[in-house]
Design a binder for this molecule. Sequence first.
Ligand code: ATP
Ligand code: MG
Length: 327
Amino acid sequence: MVIQATGLTKDYVINLKGKGLKGMAKSLFKSEKKTVHAVQDVNLQMDEGELVGYIGPNGAGKSTTIKMLSGILAPTAGSVRVCGLDPQKRRIQNAMNIGAVFGQKTQLWWDLPVRETFELLRRMYNIPADRYKKNVDEFMDFLDMGPFADQAVRQLSLGQRMRAEIAASLLHDPKVLFLDEPTIGLDVNVKVAVREFVKKINKERGVTILLTTHDLQDIEELAKRIVVINHGQVGFDGSQAELARKYADGKHSVSFTLQQEVSDILLPEGLAAHCTIQREGRNVKVMHDSSVSSSDLIVALVQRYRLTDIDIEGPQIEDVVMEVYRE
Ligand SMILES: Nc1ncnc2c1ncn2[C@@H]1O[C@H](COP(=O)(O)OP(=O)(O)OP(=O)(O)O)[C@@H](O)[C@H]1O
Ligand SMILES: [Mg+2]
């Protein structure tokens, strides 16, 4: 087991500042405090080489979990082991085992050029010369960093900086990689490059990866296993396929345009019970549960009507997440 979190809990205690003069006077004498239960009793186990998508709405507790796993924050309760170590108590050894990227915050030195940043990391982590060269060459090439490698970090575009951040996090060959929103704000091309890189690192090097993202495509393409968190509590932990099966019912649909106006859309009895029809003039959307296949539905429709612009849609992960918490 590479990652083992048991009963992981984090409460933040916030000092509430009073509003206006009255509040100020009040806060001089007595500070008012509020507790935020950011992460509550989370259990998470990850095997070597797994890539888990950690998803949930804003404020769900994802970043707080990652900060505890990477040793940045101490848990209020519960225990964490990463590669067998307590990340808080064994900070230095833990740093050798992990890499971390926080999309919202740079980990690089603002004034140093990318190449020098890498060189500094080489010395900090004591990376053997051959490994260092191999990694830098491979990452520079795969992430196309040549054009900006001699620019200071502060001069980089977001997409360039994010590629440098991810490369930097992997120079010392960590066994575990924490990626907290690595694709936030990136354009489609850079997103694709980052996804391909993450996939490659996971596959070729067997790096264990925990990924948070609000991008559905990241999840669909990268994570076989998904953990859903909301209000600090895990609501689902299983395969992407299982998540879709359990929570995506009724979220499949077939949309099309009728070539001629018809008064009613009629479906065979066996199908009708599993379908809901939405109509706006000639534009029709038929939503169906997973007991009906989209292709059977289309066959039934084309036997009765003349259709164009047929579009099949599967469930969207965002809807699925909402469904997990409706229960
Ligand atoms: N340093 C802090 N002090 C006080 N409260 C905090 C702190 N950091 C986070 N919180 C609170 O803890 C909760 C969880 O925040 P967290 O950043 O872990 O969410 P998240 O799932 O990463 O959200 P997002 O998708 O917006 O990044 C939120 O209610 C947030 O306001
Ligand atoms: Mg976050």
